[in-house]
Design a binder for this molecule. Structure first.
Ligand code: ATP
Ligand code: MG
Length: 383
């Protein structure tokens, strides 16, 4: 009982509890803080889970020789003295506490727990805890969302890379096939035509009639025609000038022939030393030039001046085609707009250049002419 008298003098709430949570004794501070927690009432909360935690805490205290720190939820207004419970809506307050077993030999070794509650462990603590909980779950949600976004972006990048690889393969296959066809036409069919010409000449020696000679002349004319047509097709597939003389001469020849055919004054310039170029780079730039000149005939036939420039620098090669025709609104040159109206020339140029890692730009304005720029960086140039 000395102990009980001593705890009365302490100014923090202290209870002496039985193992089932019933109050045996309390000090003055406890009576002030929890006035309804009088001896005989239970400190145990109603809610099952809270009551289990409370009971487990008391068990821990009973089993130890040291004071056990903890946190207990205790109803602010307690049930009546004889253990009747109030409804589950009693507000619970969380107290930090220390509980130590108190062995009382005089009462037949019945054990009590001396429970010291800490003030200040109140609603603010709970509110902070709630906020922390919300923040944690918000963080988890954000993390899940972020992970989802990352996975989505990675999948898209992967798909784009795969698409580029497939496009590149298709482009290469197409390019190689055209090369093969061009070579076949030149080496194989060209030889046959040359053989036919030779045969006609030999045949001519054995023909004595005027009618026979006229017939042979007609055949020779047809053969020349077939031969020219063959050269045209082979040129379209793979300009021989590219194989024989390289990009600069091939473009110069193209520009000169084009200028002569359509009667537009055209200036060709090349600057710098041409490095060894991959055949894809050569054919791509040649095709861009071809398409640009075709566009000028189609859309700017009144142009009076066209200039084509090929520039070789250490860091890049660039091709510029400029005309002083009517130009057009730059807004209409976006890929989406052009595809919507089924125009594929500019789009094709863009794609071809992109395919070999270069950049392509169109500068045009109504009444201000049109300039196309194609640029391939040095890393893509190697043969
Ligand atoms: N040099 C130019 N001067 C003025 N307008 C041009 C010029 N080049 C292109 N354009 C405009 O840009 C549009 C798109 O050109 P693009 O070459 O892609 O299509 P297209 O020549 O009309 O058709 P296709 O795809 O069959 O060649 C053209 O329809 C034309 O209006
Ligand atoms: Mg076109």
């Amino acid at each position: 009982m000395h102990a009980l008298a001593a705890i009365d003098a302490i100014d923090v709430p202290i209870f002496l509890l039985r193992s089932d949570g019933t109050v045996d004794h309390r000090n003055r501070a406890a009576a002030i803080r929890l006035p309804l927690a009088i001896p005989g009432a239970s400190l145990m909360p109603c809610a099952d889970d809270k009551a289990r935690q409370f009971a487990a805490y008391l068990d821990r205290c009973m089993a130890s020789n040291r004071a056990i720190p903890g946190a207990l939820d205790i109803a602010d207004s307690l049930g009546d003295i004889h253990g009747d419970t109030l409804g589950d809506d009693r507000p619970l307050v969380r107290f930090r506490c220390h509980g130590a077993v108190l062995r009382d030999e005089a009462q037949g070794a019945a054990q009590r727990v001396l429970l010291r509650l800490s003030e200040g462990d109140d609603r603010r603590f709970r509110a902070l805890n709630d906020i922390l909980g919300e923040l944690r779950s918000e963080l988890r949600r954000s993390k899940r969302f972020y992970d989802g976004l990352c996975a989505h972006a990675a999948a898209r990048d992967q798909a784009e890379q795969e698409r580029d690889v497939v496009l590149m393969r298709l482009y290469r296959a197409n390019h190689d096939e055209r090369l093969r066809l061009a070579r076949d036409l030149h080496d194989n069919t060209g030889q046959h035509i040359a053989g036919l010409g030779l045969g006609l000449r030999q045949l001519e020696r054995h023909v004595s009639t005027t009618e026979g000679h006229a017939q042979i002349d007609r055949l020779r004319g047809q053969l020349d025609h077939v031969s020219q047509e063959l050269r045209r097709i082979a040129f379209a597939l793979r300009p021989a000038a590219l194989d024989d003389f390289g990009l600069t001469i091939a473009v110069r020849t193209l520009v000169e022939e084009w200028s002569e055919t359509c009667g537009i004054l055209t200036d060709f310039q090349s600057a710098g030393r041409k490095p060894p170029l991959a055949s894809e780079v050569e054919i791509t730039l040649f095709r861009v030039c071809q398409e640009a000149l075709t566009n000028i005939v189609k859309h700017a036939p009144d142009a009076t001046r066209v200039s084509v420039t090929v520039q070789y620098r250490e860091t890049a090669i660039s091709l510029t085609i400029e005309d002083n025709g009517p130009g057009c609104s730059e807004d209409t040159m976006t890929t989406a707009r052009l595809l919507a109206v089924k125009k594929f020339g500019i789009v094709g140029m863009r794609e071809r250049i992109a395919m070999i890692g270069g950049t392509f730009e169109v500068e045009t304005s109504e009444g201000g002419g049109t300039t196309l720029y194609a640029r391939i960086g040095s890393t893509e140039l190697a043969a």
